[in-house]
Design a protein around this ligand. Sequence first.
Ligand code: HEM
Length: 436
Amino acid sequence: MAPTAPYVQSLSGSRDRLRRPAVPVALGAHGPLGPYAAYRDLRSAGPIHWDEAAFNGAWVLTTFDGVQSALKDPRLSAHRTAGWILRRELRASGSGARLSDMQRLFSRALLFADKPRHPQLRALMSAPFQPAGLAAMQRAIVEITAELLDDIDRRTAADATFDFIDAFAKHLPLRVIGKLLGVSVEASDELLASSIDVAGFLGSLSPTQDEASTAAEGMLTLAEHLECVIAQRRFDDQGLVAALLRHHEAGRLESFEELLSQAVMMLFAGLETTRHFLGTGLYWLLQEADRLAIAHAPQRLATAVRELLRWDSPVQYTARRATCAFQLHGVDIQRGDLVLPLLGAANRDPGRYADAESLELGRQVGMPISFGAGPHFCMGAQLTLLEAEHAFSACLKRWPQLQVAAEPVWLSSPLYRGMKSLHLSRGAMSYNCSNS
Ligand code: HEM
C-alpha cells in the first residue's frame, strides 16, 4: 500500500538523531499564569529546543527575533498538515480515512499553502479585508454587539451574574464571520461544537483516537454546512462565499474542493481565536483600575487591545516544516523537521519588550506577533481589533461596574489561550447606553 504521507515518511530517519533539550519543554501550562514561566526558563536556556513530546518531535523557537525570522524564512514551509494531522499513531486507526478527508480539506487552505499558490489564493480572498469591506464589518459588529448585550440584559436580572463566554464571546465572532462569508449561521450550536472539536484535536500535542475522529467529523460538518449553503444558493451576493464561487466559475480556483477549503478555514480561523481573545482580553482589562477611562478613549483602547494581545496571545504557537537541511541558531535542522515558533514566548521576550512580564496598557506594541508575521500574517487581524475594541468599550460603557464574579475556567490547550467560562457581574447600576 502506498504510504499516506510519503514526504514525511521518507524523512523519518532524521528523527533517529539524539536531540536532547537543555531544559524540559513544557508547552501547555494553563490557568491565569499560563505557560509563561516555562517559556521564560526555556528562553533563558536558548532560542531553540527539541521537544520530543510535541507531534512526535519538533523544534521550538522561543525568542521574538527567532520567531519572526522563522515566519519569514522561505526554507520553512507552511505546507505541514500531512505529518501534523495524519500523525503516525493515528493513521492506522479506524479514523484514518476520515482524518485523510480532513487533512485534504485543510491542506488546500491558504494557511497551509506556499508560493506560488499562496499569494494567488490570498489575493482572491482579500476583498472583505480592504477598507470598504472592513467598514461594512464594523457596522455589523456594532449591531450584533448591541443585540447580544440586550439579550444578556433581557435574560438575566441586573444583579445576577452571567457567563461572558457563553452569552457573548462565542456568538460575536461566529456571527461576524457568517456576515463576512455571507452565509447564515443559524445552526450556530452545531457549528460551534464542530469547530471546538476540530480545535481540541489541533491543539493537542498527542491526541487520542477518539479526539481525532471527533475532530474529523467536526471538520466535515463545517464543510457540509457550507456545501449545502452553496448548493442551495443560500448566500449573500456581497459575501466571500459568493466571491469564491465567482472565482471558481472563472477558473481562478482549481476545484470546488479548493473553494470549500478556503471557506471552511476562514470560518474556523475567525472563530477559534477571537472568541478566546474576547474572554481573556476582557478578563485582564477588568483587573485594571483605569479601565473605564480607557473604554471611553478610542486611542487608548486601541493601544490597550494590542498590549492585551501581546500579554496573553490567543494562539500560542504555529508550525512550519523545513524544506531543506540548514543550521538555525547553531543546531542542525533536517529536511522535513517540524519547527514551532512560540508566539506566546516571543511576546514576553525581554530582548524585545522592556519589562515584558508586566501588563502595561499604555505600552506601544504596534501589531503584536500574536497575529503571526511574513506572508501568512493573519488576514483577520484588523477585523479582530475592530471586534475587540468595540466589544470591550460597549460592555464597559453599558455596565460601568462590570467585574469578574468568579475565577474563570481556563482551557487546557497548549495551542489556544482562552476560557471555558468567565462569570461576570454587572453591579447594581446596570443601564442602557445608546452607543453600545
Ligand atoms: C484573536 C484573533 C486572531 C488571532 C490571534 C489570529 C492569529 C493568526 C495567526 C498567528 C496566523 C498565522 C499563522 C501562521 O503563520 O501559521 C493567522 C493566519 C490567518 N488568520 Fe488569523 N487570527 C485571529 C483572528 C482571525 C480572524 C477573525 C480571521 C478571519 C476573519 C482570521 C483569518 C486568518 C487567515 C485567513 C489566516 C491565514 C493567512 C495566510 O495564510 O495568508 N484570523 N491568524
